[in-house]
Structure formats: structure tokens, C-alpha cells
Design a protein around this ligand. Structure first.
Ligand code: BDP
Length: 331
């Protein structure tokens, strides 16, 4: 891949009548390919578009890109591998399915690890995010901004969930990561890892009874039409990442890298704002569409039921104990 940055010096003085004469070189500029699983009006999608527009503007058209929304470039676990290989240049991923390739990201897939969304922001923007980012870099991905995905709760077509016992026997779709399988099994539910795009049909046909997700995803996928009980367990707060393939990153000049980082951070701020509004709008929409929402006054029984997930995780990953404790002991 050749970037026109090489021509920067040659072009620097080429101002003709007040306009940069870039036409001759834009043809050799690579257009980055961006992966996104969400629909176009989703907060993630809008923030990604604003990131790409900003990068194109700030690099004077040297770095441009096209974002492929709706998962058309493939499902999430595959796309993560493709980013690592440099087949896809950048993408926006949940850290949930990233755990299979980057062990550090599993720490934020542990149930109830963050105490709140503001705490998640604070820790991801600090030492915890830095440690996870290093793990990602080691596996070929460069984080450019941490996005918000709220809290995930269970929904299904059978019954409201008020206690862990209500999950017993339910067939629940989970994201592809053994941790989530264990999480559902800790309540004697039957967990099925499955691609996001297959969930609607699977609930509709009874292959699974339900799944778990945040309100915007429950709404944007129309899962609420086929699983009307939404029980606010809020058991997972999993941050997401706008990230670039290390292979693509290494082809950038230091100036372009600085622009990418800044634009990534700026897009994360925008995404977090948009997220709040979308969450409220999604809750309204699903309730208007017939969803029966129940809140869980006491989440302690869920925390207790899911505790074995921590035990087996730490036994298998003793080197991540400090990172887990850094979050658990944070205010
Ligand atoms: C959504 C995430 C998306 C995941 C999806 C899922 O934003 O990245 O693919 O959940 O459950 O909340 O697969």
C-alpha cells in the first residue's frame, strides 16, 4: 500500500492559485477499509464516519477511507483476525469477542467488574485502558479510542428474569468467548455462541430463547420484536475500541499517526455523547413496541452466581490477577 505522504515534500510548495494541486497524487492514495457491525444510524457508525472525515481533512486527503457498516465485511471474530492480518485496516470492536486473541481484553468481559459507566470511562482512559491497549498492540491492533457500549442485560421470549434461577434451562445466545458460556452456565442456562447477525432469526425460530445486550443493540437489531422480556441485570459493561491494524499503522508517517490518534479520541468523545441519547431513545422505542422491562432491585444474587467465572478465569490466567484487582479495587 502506498500513501501519498511520500509526496508531501514535493507537494509542499505546489499551491496553485490558492489551491493545493493534489489531483495528480490522490490516485495513489490508499483508501482504508473500515469494518463495522452496526446499522448506519448507530452511535458507533456516526462516530466512525466523523473519525474518517476528520482524518481525511487533517491529512489533506492523504489518508481517506470507506467504512463498511452492517457487518458486510464479515462477522466480528473473523474481522478481528482480518484486522490483525492487515486485510481490514480499521474497525470498531466490542472487547467481548476479542478475548480469544487478546487475553488482557477478557478482564473487562468479567461480569460486574466495573461499578458504573463513569468508572469504566475513567479506568479505560487511564492505566487499565493502557494495559489493555498494550495487549492489543502485541497482537497487531492499535487502539485509537475507547467507545461506550453501556451495560448488557438478558432478554428472552419466555419469561422475565428476576433471579439467577430464572435463567435455568434457558437457551441463551452469547458472543463468541468461553467466558460468556461459563457465565450463562453458572446459572444453569444453556449458552450458544453465535454471530450477532444470526440472533434475530434464531430467537424467532426457537433455536435460542434469548440473548443479552445493551438497549441500542436490542433495539437496532429488532430483537425486541421476538424477545419481549428485557430484564435489566446489567451484568456486563464491556467497552469497545476503535482500532487500526498495526500493519496499516506502520505505513503511516508520525504526523499521520498523531492525526489518527487525535481523531480517534475525538470520535470516542462524540460516540459517548451519542450513546447516552440513543440508549434513552431505544428504551422508549422497545417499550412502545411491546417490550416488558423489569429492573432488578438486588443484583447480589447474580453476582454471587457468576463468581465462579472469576475463579476459573484467574486460575487459568494468573498473570492477569493484578489487572483484575486494579479494577476491582478502584473507586
Ligand atoms: C453489541 C456490540 C457488538 C457485538 C454485539 C454482539 O456493539 O460489537 O457484536 O453486541 O452481541 O452490543 O455480538
Amino acid at each position: 500500500m502506498t500513501f501519498i505522504s511520500k509526496f508531501n515534500t514535493a507537494m509542499a510548495g505546489a499551491v496553485v492559485g490558492g489551491c493545493l494541486a493534489v489531483a495528480a497524487t490522490t490516485a495513489s492514495a490508499a483508501e482504508l477499509r473500515g469494518w463495522n457491525i452496526h446499522v448506519e444510524d448507530y452511535p458507533v457508525s456516526i462516530a466512525m464516519e466523523s473519525f474518517m472525515a476528520e482524518v481525511a481533512e487533517k491529512t489533506g486527503g492523504e489518508v481517506t477511507g470507506k467504512i463498511y457498516h452492517n457487518g458486510v465485511l464479515g462477522n466480528q471474530p473473523d474481522a478481528i483476525e482480518q484486522i490483525r492480518l492487515g486485510v481490514i485496516d480499521f474497525g470498531e470492536f466490542s472487547l467481548g469477542p476479542m478475548g480469544q486473541s487478546v487475553p488482557e481484553t477478557n478482564v473487562v468481559s468479567l461480569p460486574f467488574i466495573f461499578k458504573s459507566i463513569p468508572q469504566m470511562y475513567k479506568l479505560m482512559d487511564g492505566e487499565v485502558g493502557a494495559a489493555i491497549g498494550e495487549g492489543m498492540m502485541a497482537k497487531g491492533m492499535v487502539p485509537l479510542g475507547w467507545y461506550d457500549a453501556g451495560a448488557r442485560s438478558f432478554y428472552n421470549s419466555k419469561t422475565p428474569i428476576n433471579t439467577p434461577a430464572d435463567v435455568t434451562g434457558l437457551k441463551v445466545r452469547v458472543m463468541s468467548n468461553d467466558l460468556f458460556v461459563k457465565m450463562v452456565e453458572s446459572m444453569d442456562g444453556n449458552a450458544t455462541p453465535m454471530a450477532f447477525g444470526e440472533v434475530y432469526q434464531s430467537i424467532k425460530t426457537g433455536v435460542v430463547d434469548g440473548a443479552e445486550n445493551n438497549p441500542p443493540s436490542y433495539e437496532s437489531t429488532n430483537h425486541f420484536e421476538v424477545a419481549k422480556y428485557y430484564s435489566l441485570t446489567e451484568h456486563l459493561i464491556i467497552p469497545e475500541c476503535l482500532c487500526m491494524s498495526l500493519k496499516t499503522w506502520e505505513k503511516m508517517t508520525p504526523e499521520q499517526q498523531a492525526i489518527l490518534k487525535e481523531a480517534g479520541q475525538k470520535s470516542a468523545n462524540l460516540q459517548r455523547e451519542l450513546w447516552q441519547a440513543r440508549e434513552a431513545a431505544s428504551m422508549e422505542k422497545v417499550q412502545a413496541g411491546g417490550t416488558i422491562v423489569n429492573t432488578i432491585a438486588d443484583k447480589a444474587p447474580f453476582q454471587a452466581a457468576m463468581a465462579p467465572v472469576y475463579d476459573s478465569f484467574l486460575a487459568a490466567n494468573p498473570d492477569l490477577t493484578d489487572l483484575v484487582n486494579m479494577i476491582r479495587n478502584a473507586d
